[in-house]
Design a protein around this ligand. Structure first.
Ligand SMILES: [Zn+2]
Ligand SMILES: [Zn+2]
Length: 73
């Protein structure tokens, strides 16, 4: 079961994604709130993205996309 509110997803216990690792910190979802990168569609923990649940941006870009945009072109 997945709860969605605003742009954040919270994966509840029993979901197959519980152990999925997409965040650059190398740790699984583990039921923590995630946010999806607008460019590469990678899921990142809110805490790793340094985003507060009460202050979620409409468009989120992960640090990789921000870095590539800055260094290339
Ligand atoms: Zn993380
Ligand atoms: Zn990205």
């Amino acid at each position: 079961m997945t709860l969605q509110f605003n742009k954040i997803f919270i994966f509840l216990t029993g979901d197959d994604s519980w152990d999925l690792i997409t965040c650059y910190c190398g740790k699984p979802f583990a039921g923590r709130p995630m946010i999806e990168c607008n460019q590469c569609s990678v899921w990142v923990h809110l805490s790793c993205a340094k985003i507060k649940k009460s202050n979620v941006p409409d468009i989120f870009n992960c640090h990789k996309c921000r870095d590539s945009r800055r260094s290339s072109h």
